[in-house]
Design a binder for this molecule. Structure first.
Ligand SMILES: Nc1ncnc2c1ncn2[C@@H]1O[C@H](COP(=O)(O)OP(=O)(O)OP(=O)(O)O)[C@@H](O)[C@H]1O
Ligand code: SF4
Length: 302
């Protein structure tokens, strides 16, 4: 296999499922692109690809061009506004239906990961973020083998490791940090996600999943602690709907409050440029935290 021509690569990893890897990947990508960088996101969560939904580009199709696949644009660059382009590649775009199950054995997953790393035409992208499935499965081993064997020196920036604070999560995430050490993947830092819930009414912080577990783990492994990200109901909506328009607060039809469940306005024409997502991201209370995490990641990558 020839040397990879990828831009700087950072993987988002966690030994535990559901801790927010895909959410963190999405926010890092938006934060980087809104800071003017050109960004690619590769979704190697082959059995549960969530990037197309999170970016609100579920119905997009990947185009085959001479030399490889063209990734799907999330938004285009807008130099006047200081915004860089954002592109995404996911197996989700290649499946026939949204509910299709991917039941593949290891060799097929390995082949797909290698193909994603070599055959996607990212173009002029500054950073490539890779969203991974939980654990240390076939996808992780194939990624590590391919990147460390075929990448140029310095091309693989390392891993952002996501955990939630409680011991049951950090126990699994410790295994991921040991995996990084064994395979030689540098750890950029640890994000402690879902660290407390700040009440929107009284600003009281309740530590639903305990607190500080990610920070303690980072100290133990002598790696950078990037930040703690609280639980934010507005953020769930942003991630769940991919920025799609939802009914405004207090929309009651036939006695049903459509805004309460964050129901989407289905007849609203789709905004192809996903600028809605960027707008909602900017107004989310977690934006300053992700902005700081992104700056620290960029500083660490150098
Ligand atoms: N800080 C947060 N505040 C509120 N909700 C969050 C936060 N982080 C993640 N979530 C929500 O938690 C759920 C799981 O997040 P996500 O899909 O990013 O996790 P994951 O680790 O990628 O999952 P998987 O292991 O299935 O790939 C999503 O519904 C997301 O909206
Ligand atoms: S103090 Fe508790 S009950 Fe009161 S508004 Fe805040 S979270 Fe809700």
């Amino acid at each position: 296999m020839p040397m990879l021509t990828l831009p700087t690569v950072a993987q988002v990893l966690s030994g535990k499922g559901g801790v927010g890897k895909s959410s963190v990947t999405t926010q890092l990508a938006l934060s980087l692109s809104l800071a003017g960088h050109s960004v690619g996101v590769l979704d190697v969560d082959l059995t549960g690809p969530s990037m197309p939904r999170m970016f609100n580009i579920e119905d997009a199709k990947v185009t085959q061009a001479p030399g490889g696949w063209l990734p799907v644009p999330v938004h285009e660059a807008d130099p006047a506004a200081g915004v860089g382009q954002l592109r995404c590649m996911s197996l989700g775009f290649l499946l026939h239906g949204r509910g299709d199950a991917v039941v593949w054995r290891g060799p097929k997953k390995t082949a797909m990961v290698r193909q994603f790393l070599s055959d996607v035409l990212w173009g002029d992208v500054d950073y490539l973020l890779i969203d991974t499935p939980p654990g240390t499965s076939d996808e992780h081993i194939s990624l590590a083998e391919t990147l460390l064997k075929d990448a140029r020196p310095g091309q693989v920036a390392g891993a952002v490791v996501v955990t939630t604070p409680q011991a049951v999560a950090t126990a699994d995430v410790r295994k991921e940090l040991n995996f990084c050490a064994k395979t030689g993947i540098p750890v950029i830092g640890v994000v402690e996600n879902m660290a407390g819930f700040v009440c929107p009414n009284c600003a009281e912080c309740t530590n639903i999943f305990s607190k500080g577990g990610g920070q303690v783990m980072a100290q133990e492994f002598n790696v950078r602690f990037l930040d703690a990200v609280p639980i934010d109901p507005q953020f769930v909506m942003l991630i769940e709907t991919g920025g799609r328009p939802t009914y405004p607060q207090g929309t009651v039809v036939h006695g049903e409050d459509l805004s309460a469940a964050g129901r989407e306005v289905s007849n609203e024409p789709a905004r192809k440029d996903s600028s809605l997502l960027a707008d909602k991201y900017r107004s989310c209370s977690l934006e300053p935290i992700f902005k700081k995490i992104t700056q620290d990641v960029v500083a660490a990558i150098g």
